[in-house]
Design a protein around this ligand. Structure first.
Ligand SMILES: [Zn+2]
Length: 113
């Protein structure tokens, strides 16, 4: 079983990925890869790295997400992918925040209130 060291514990890799809401990439390059904002990524050799998305070595990455408390990136509540707040998060006429996800197109008004 693959494990990963994080937060002072050794986690089963899949448990860590799921419980921390990382999105599996399987070598695909997601839309967020064009961004300059830092992403938290898990490498194929089970390390966590944080790099500007544009500089992430995507062929070595198995999962990624917005860093905790990122003020520039948001997680899509539907597909779990990461989107740039500046270009993807909009306020409705009534002030509700909506994420226009570049991956699944979700605009779920319940996700960000
Ligand atoms: Zn989405």
């Amino acid at each position: 079983m693959l494990t990963i060291e994080a937060e002072g514990h050794v986690w089963p890799l899949d448990t860590f990925i799921d419980s921390h809401r990382f999105r599996r990439s399987d070598g695909d390059v997601p839309p967020i890869a064009r961004s300059d904002w830092p992403l938290a990524c898990i490498t194929a050799d089970c390390r966590i790295i944080e790099e500007p998305a544009r500089h992430v070595p995507w062929h070595t990455i198995i999962a990624y997400r917005a860093p905790e408390l990122s003020s520039h990136l948001a997680q899509c509540p539907d597909c779990g992918d990461t989107a740039e707040i500046a270009s993807s998060l909009f306020a409705n006429e009534d002030g509700t925040l909506i994420l226009d996800c570049p991956t699944c197109g979700s605009a779920d008004p319940d996700g960000y209130c």
